[in-house]
Design a protein around this ligand. Structure first.
Ligand code: AMP
Length: 126
C-alpha cells in the first residue's frame, strides 16, 4: 500500500535493477531479506548500502507495510554486514534518508553504513 501522499513503488529505480541483476554492484552480503553493496560514490572510507529484497520506497513504506519477519530479517542483516566488516569496535553510522527534505535520491528503502574514520557531527551546524 503506498504511503499517503507519496508515489507508489517504481520498478525502474536503480536499486530494483540491481536486485534483478540488470545493473552490477560490488556485493558484500546477500541473504533472503537483504542485499548489501558498496556505494558508487562513497562519502567515507567505508560506505555500504543495505537494501531489503522487498519493494519498499522508503523507511516510511517499509516500517508501515513490511511483515514483522521481513523487518527483523532486514535489521539483522544490517547488523551482520557491519559486524562482518569489522565495524563494531571502531563504530559506524547508520543513516536512512526518507523523502524530499532528507535528500533521498533512490526510491527503494536503503540503509547507509558509514565508517572507517571519525565521522564528526551528525549534521553540520547551520
Ligand atoms: P539516498 O540519497 O539516501 O537515496 O542515497 C542513494 C545512494 O545511492 C547515494 O549515496 C548514491 O551514491 C548511491 N548509488 C546510486 N546509484 C548507485 C549504484 N548504481 N550503485 C551503488 N550505489 C549507488
Amino acid at each position: 500500500m503506498p504511503v499517503q501522499g507519496l508515489p507508489p513503488y517504481d520498478d525502474n529505480n536503480i536499486f530494483a535493477k540491481i536486485l534483478r541483476g540488470e545493473i552490477p554492484c560490488k556485493k558484500v552480503f546477500e541473504n533472503d531479506w537483504a542485499l548489501a553493496f558498496h556505494d558508487i560514490a562513497p562519502q567515507a572510507p567505508v560506505h555500504v548500502l543495505v537494501i531489503p529484497k522487498g519493494k519498499y520506497c522508503s523507511f516510511a513504506d517499509f516500517s508501515a507495510n513490511a511483515p514483522a519477519e521481513e523487518i527483523a530479517g532486514f535489521a539483522r542483516a544490517v547488523g551482520q554486514v557491519a559486524r562482518d566488516l569489522g565495524l563494531e569496535a571502531p563504530g559506524y553510522r547508520l543513516i536512512s534518508n526518507m523523502g524530499e527534505h532528507s535528500g533521498q535520491e533512490v526510491p527503494h528503502y536503503h540503509a547507509h553504513i558509514l565508517a572507517g574514520r571519525p565521522l564528526g557531527r551528525m549534521l553540520p551546524k547551520t
